[in-house]
Design a protein around this ligand. Structure first.
Ligand SMILES: NC(=O)c1ccc[n+]([C@@H]2O[C@H](COP(=O)([O-])OP(=O)(O)OC[C@H]3O[C@@H](n4cnc5c(N)ncnc54)[C@H](O)[C@@H]3O)[C@@H](O)[C@H]2O)c1
Length: 341
């Protein structure tokens, strides 16, 4: 079978994970080109991944490189114009979330994507590909919990990474915790409830690191969404989990409920020692979702090969962004806020 030739853009924190997966874990993919504005990242692509087609300019890569598709892992502000340039050059597109950093740009990008109906644009909401989340979705579809009416989602980054986040000056540039962190949980809520949100209220606090409050953000945020079908979605996002990377989701239905990783365990091993009975916590998102990153790109490659549409679209990107902005506004203004559609 013909392999899909890929060019990757951005080889930073997540880009390297995607590049490694494309180069070594997905047999139907062939990573043949790479683009970055940083020389060291191109050196990495050449030396560690054996890529010879290297570009500093994204437009040049999509127009000159011998590739069928691009995987965009650049900063979120770059996504809209790079999606457009890739489509214009006839390439299939996988783009990391978020689709764009404003609702206006999301909508404009939807319009551009609609001009290329025969090309694929898939967005990287990888949690849908996590085997446990995918299993929960299957169970819900099979009626295992009846009608789902509440999703409770917790997403807390490790305290161990928090100070470096503050020191790097990231907080004022992050867009705020609801934009930066809550979009994955928001996307899962829409996916599990198969509904869109109507309105939201949100609160935040910063007891451990006042720097978040100083920068107009919060270290912990809670939001409560009401969906158009009457269902509810509750989000708790934070930066200061003492025990590791805490991702937990509960979906409650009329006939039962499903909980995904109430103990966000590293693995099934349990240590019995002088500290008691200890189960280690998963450390960070690359570790927790390593399988999901491979599976989402496998879906993308399969869509390219079989000319099928991906399960995660730009519209999902826009909806999640709209909900996140509404939560941010609710937090900042202390009012119940409608979700713009
Ligand atoms: N799905 C997830 O779980 C997840 C996790 C982390 C990041 N992300 C998303 O992935 C994207 C990248 O995040 P990151 O943390 O890897 O960022 P990063 O800053 O570590 O890496 C981005 C890289 O892109 C390169 N770059 C910048 N502008 C470019 C351009 N015009 N052309 C080509 N390369 C360019 C830079 O050299 C940089 O190293 C963001 O959109 C982020 O939201 C998603």
């Amino acid at each position: 079978m013909k392999r899909v030739k890929i060019g990757i853009a951005g080889l930073g924190r997540l880009g390297r994970t995607h590049a490694q997966n494309l180069a070594f874990k997905i047999p139907q993919a062939e990573l043949t080109a790479a683009c970055s504005i940083v020389d060291a990242e191109l050196d990495y692509a050449k030396n560690e991944l054996g890529i010879t087609e290297l570009y500093k300019d994204f437009s040049e890569m999509v127009n000159k490189a011998d590739i069928d598709a691009v995987v965009i892992v650049t900063p979120s502000t770059e996504h809209p114009w790079q999606i457009e340039a890739a489509l214009k050059a006839g390439k299939q597109v996988f783009c990391e979330k978020p689709l764009a950093v404003t609702i206006e740009e999301c909508k404009a990008t939807e319009k551009i994507v609609e001009q290329y109906p025969d090309q694929i644009v898939m967005l990287g909401f990888m949690r849908r590909f996590d085997p446990s989340y995918a299993y929960a979705k299957e169970k819900i579809k099979a009626g295992a919990i009846g009608q789902p009416y509440l999703v409770k989602a917790t997403g807390i980054d490790p305290e161990a990474d928090c100070q470096s986040l503050i020191d790097s000056g990231f907080i004022p540039k992050s867009g705020g915790i609801f934009i930066d962190m809550a979009v994955h949980d928001i996307d899962l809520m829409r996916w599990f409830l198969e509904a869109d949100a109507k309105e939201v209220y949100a609160l935040g606090c910063s007891f451990k690191h006042p720097e978040f409050k100083r920068d107009g953000d919060c270290e912990t945020g809670c939001a409560m969404f009401e969906f158009e079908n009457g269902a509810m979605g509750q989000i708790h996002v934070g930066r200061t989990a003492p025990h590791g990377y805490h991702i937990e989701t509960e979906i409650v239905g009329t006939e039962g409920s499903i909980r995904i990783s109430p103990v966000p365990a590293k693995n099934l091993a349990i240590l019995y020692d002088t500290n008691g009975v200890v189960q280690e916590c998963v450390r960070n998102f690359p570790e927790r979702f390593s399988e999901s990153y491979v599976l989402e790109l496998e879906e993308f490659i399969n869509c390219v090969i079989h000319k099928t549409k991906p399960s995660v679209t730009v519209y999902d990107g826009t909806k999640a962004t709209q909900m996140a902005f509404a939560a941010k506004a609710a937090f900042e203004n202390h009012v119940v806020t409608p979700v713009e559609h």
